[in-house]
Design a binder for this molecule. Structure first.
Ligand SMILES: NC(=O)c1ccc[n+]([C@@H]2O[C@H](COP(=O)([O-])OP(=O)(O)OC[C@H]3O[C@@H](n4cnc5c(N)ncnc54)[C@H](OP(=O)(O)O)[C@@H]3O)[C@@H](O)[C@H]2O)c1
Length: 262
């Protein structure tokens, strides 16, 4: 573990997609990095990020488990965290009754339990020091019932809500909480969620580098939220006024298995 005078950012889910790009933003802005993901690719990400001239430590840990989160926290070795980017997450397509329950539980444990456990551990240190920035990757999915992705959208509704509540609890402490709410983004997410046969899986999506840049800037500014892209801002606005039965039906059209071919 190398130490330096640079600020330190912890980025979870940094082996690919939005998390990798968030880590890149942090490195480009002079943060040393502690990055984490569940599989060995996190070491490849660390090698590439080191080319940006900062110290990068990588931890392979299953952040769906308290042990995995404890391992990541232990890897800090007492270093103070200036920015926590709690981004690791996973989706799961198909109808709820057709999902494997262990896979559904893994979505809950990764997106909710592991995420808030890590935020509590590092957030306590930040509050004690009176300084820190937390970015949570929520989603505009949190605004609408996720037909054929019901558990996932529920986890994002939780995170969107949790983020605003924690932000308010921490006002006047020097710790800010920002919620990044992307819409569909071109990452490994849809393949991992077994949703490549869906309309949303095959649709044109946002560039994860653009999404991450918006999230990073919002975190630095201490904003409460950022919705990535005008189309998604509109979708979020409509979702807040349309009945849930209507948005649930809209979600069906995007996420129903086989909808890519209709
Ligand atoms: N793509 C979208 O359309 C979209 C839209 C809105 C929000 N989001 C959110 O954006 C975040 C990043 O997703 P992405 O789109 O960038 O997908 P991605 O490319 O699949 O990246 C997900 C990252 O999370 C890590 N991860 C998943 N489960 C983990 C676990 N149990 N423990 C540790 N790391 C774990 C993955 O690492 P491993 O490979 O090692 O598991 C990977 O680094 C997620 O929270 C997702 O919900 C995505």
């Amino acid at each position: 573990m190398a130490t330096s005078a640079r600020p330190l950012a912890v980025v979870t889910g940094a082996s690919s997609g939005i998390g990798y790009e968030l880590a890149r933003c942090c490195a480009q802005h002079g943060y040393d990095l502690l990055i984490a993901a569940d599989e060995g690719e996190i070491e490849d990400a660390a090698k590439t990020l080191r080319d940006l001239g900062v110290n990068v430590d990588a931890v392979e840990a299953d952040l769906a488990t308290t042990q995995g989160v404890d391992n990541l926290y232990a890897a800090l070795g007492g270093r103070y965290v200036n920015a926590l980017l709690a981004n690791a997450g996973r989706g799961l397509g198909k109808g709820f009754l057709d999902q494997d329950f262990e896979e559904a539980r893994r979505v809950l444990d990764t997106n909710i339990t592991g995420t808030i456990y890590l935020i509590q551990k590092i957030g306590r240190d930040m509050r004690a020091r009176g300084q820190g920035k937390i970015l949570i990757t929520g989603s505009i999915a949190g605004f609408m019932p996720g037909t054929f992705q019901a558990v996932y959208n529920g986890t994002k509704a939780f995170l969107d809500s949790f983020s605003f509540a924690l932000r308010n609890e921490l006002k006047d402490t020097g710790v800010t909480v920002t919620c990044l709410m992307p819409g569909a983004t071109e990452t490994e997410f849809f393949e991992r969620a077994d949703m490549l046969d869906t309309k949303v899986g095959q649709s044109e999506k946002a560039d994860p580098a653009d999404v991450a840049k918006l999230g990073f800037e919002a975190m630095i500014n201490g904003d409460g939220e950022v919705i990535a892209g005008w189309g998604n801002k509109l979708r979020a606005a409509f979702a807040s006024i349309l009945p849930a039965s209507v948005t649930a039906e809209q979600h069906r059209k995007m996420a129903e298995p086989g909808s890519a071919n209709t």
